[in-house]
Each structure stands twice: as structure tokens, then as C-alpha cells.
Design a protein around this ligand. Structure first.
Ligand SMILES: C[S@@+](CC[C@H](N)C(=O)[O-])C[C@H]1O[C@@H](n2cnc3c(N)ncnc32)[C@H](O)[C@@H]1O
Length: 274
């Protein structure tokens, strides 16, 4: 495929991830490929293809997804996280970056430092740590209980933020790809400040139980990838990352487990986000 952007011709020959028979293509056009499948399945793809991963995995906080149980034992959840993050590592090109949107803490079904635990596992499977962005979710209140009201006996503290932990595969400096960045001066100054403030997305509006707002992949894609790069989401959900990738002249590749959510992505791809 050839994109013509800012008078430049960019060859975006997408290195298709597959000969594997396990990956089931649900939707494919010149900018986006959606696979219906399980991102913990190691043999889904047989070669590296991703330049940037932007994803939000299930948080294991009791969300009612159609096809996966979001209330599993925490040790099982960590094992699940290890499997898919290792697969992503294997499916990534050498200079790939990995933006992982996760909670800081979890207090449903036991208190856990999810952000710290998943950051550690990512490094154990090979990812190199770069930095963490704090997403200050303006319209979300995580406050469900105070603990002991006005008493030091057992108060509860919860931060209304999520994390975007950023990793890379072998080398942070990008030397491959189109070398064309499409970020403005104002965006660059604003987004390199690691506290991002924007609202969460409405589940009702999107028709999915846990969509992230398009602003999240938009910033990650423009800050961390070149035009023409391949952007991958192993938990595509309602397809937000794929839509933003397409509408910013990148290639989008996604995996989603659930057929209804795959249908939702296909329908959303019929619209332009911007
Ligand atoms: C937090 S949501 C992702 C939402 C997405 N960022 C969006 O904006 O719509 C997690 C998604 O992962 C999917 N999922 C759960 N387990 C999966 C697996 N093993 N492989 C692929 N997708 C899975 C769920 O069906 C759900 O749609």
C-alpha cells in the first residue's frame, strides 16, 4: 500500500503476521486487520509485525464481558498477563514500543498493586521499561467506600487515575519506518508531560463494557509511532485503537476474543472518528 502524506510517498508494505492456520481473520481491509482469537495463544502469529502496541487488557475487576471471566484468582490473572505480554514481545519488531493501560491499584476481590505487578511481569518476559504516564480520568469516581469514616482505625485511599506504562523491545531510538512524525509542537510539549487529563469513554455510547477514549490511543500513536507504522491491540474490544490507527494513517492490527465485539468493531470501522 502507498500513502501520500504531506507530499511524501510512504511505502507501508505491511509485514502480514501470518501463515498460521490458528488466526481467524474476522475483518480485513487495506488499513485494518482484525483477528477473532485469544491473545494468550502463542501460535496465533508466526512472525513479528508490530511497531507499537497500545492496549488495555481485562483488569479482572468483575466487568461483565461476553466471553471471558473477569473475576479470576489473582495468581491466575498474573499468569494470563505473563502469557499475552510474552506473545506480544515475540510478535513485535526490534524497535517496537508497548503502551500498557492498566489500573494503579485494585481493591475489588482483595487489594493488589496491579500496576507494579504487571510492570514487573512485562520486564520478566523481556520488555524494557521506559516510563509511566499517569492518566487522570476526569469523569470517573473510583470512590466506593471511605473505610473508617473520620477515623484512623481503617481508612481507605484510592487514586482516581490509571497508568500507561511504556516499554520497548530492544532499542528506544527508532531507526526504521517512514521517519515521518505528525505531532504538532503544542501536542509534543503537552503530551511529554506525564500527567494526561481527559475523560473516560461512555460504555453506553460505544456499546462495550470497558472502552477507553480515543484520546488515549491517539496520543500514544502520535507520540510513539511514525506514519505508516503497524499499531497492534491484542485486546481490541470496541476497536478504538484500530480506528485511531487507521485515521492517523497507520496500519491497525487487532485481536478480540468475542464475536459480538468483533461485529461492533466492524461496524465502527464504517465510521470516521475525526
Ligand atoms: C478492556 S477491554 C478493551 C477495550 C478497548 N481498549 C476499547 O477501547 O474498546 C478488553 C477486551 O479484551 C477482550 N478479551 C478478553 N480476553 C481476551 C483474550 N484472551 N484474547 C483476546 N481478547 C480478549 C474482551 O472481550 C474485551 O473486549
Amino acid at each position: 500500500m502507498e500513502l501520500v502524506i504531506a507530499e511524501k510517498r510512504i511505502n507501508t508494505t505491511f509485514n502480514q503476521p501470518n501463515n498460521s492456520k490458528k488466526a481467524n481473520v474476522f475483518f480485513c481491509d487495506k488499513n485494518v486487520t482484525l483477528y477473532k482469537g485469544d491473545s494468550t495463544e502463542k501460535t496465533l502469529f508466526d512472525r513479528p509485525f508490530a511497531d507499537l502496541i497500545v492496549t488495555s487488557p481485562p483488569y479482572n475487576v468483575g466487568i461483565e464481558y461476553n466471553s471471558n471471566d473477569d473475576t479470576i484468582d489473582y495468581s491466575q490473572y498474573l499468569q494470563f498477563s505473563r502469557l499475552w505480554m510474552k506473545n506480544c514481545y515475540d510478535w513485535s519488531n526490534d524497535e517496537a514500543r508497548f503502551c500498557l493501560n492498566i489500573p494503579l491499584d485494585k481493591n475489588k476481590g482483595g487489594e493488589h498493586s496491579v500496576g507494579a505487578d504487571l510492570t514487573k511481569i512485562a520486564q520478566e518476559v523481556g520488555w524494557r521499561y521506559k516510563f509511566t504516564i499517569i492518566w487522570n480520568e476526569g469523569n470517573i469516581s473510583r470512590r466506593t467506600a471511605w473505610g473508617s469514616w473520620k477515623s484512623a482505625s481503617a481508612p481507605s485511599v484510592i487514586a482516581p487515575v490509571e497508568l500507561i506504562a511504556v516499554f520497548y523491545k530492544h532499542q528506544w531510538k527508532k531507526t526504521h519506518g517512514s521517519k515521518l512524525s505528525d505531532i504538532s509542537k503544542e501536542e509534543f510539549i503537552d503530551w511529554t508531560n506525564g500527567i494526561w487529563t481527559f475523560n473516560g469513554e461512555s460504555k453506553k455510547r460505544i456499546g462495550h463494557p470497558a472502552p477507553f477514549p480515543k484520546e488515549l490511543p491517539y496520543r500514544c500513536i502520535k507520540l510513539f509511532s511514525y506514519v505508516g507504522d503497524t499499531v497492534f491491540d491484542p485486546f481490541a474490544g470496541s476497536g478504538t485503537t484500530l480506528l485511531v490507527a487507521r485515521d492517523t494513517n497507520r496500519i491497525g492490527v487487532g485481536i478480540e476474543l468475542d464475536t459480538n465485539y468483533c461485529e461492533l468493531i466492524k461496524n465502527r470501522l464504517g465510521q470516521s472518528l475525526f
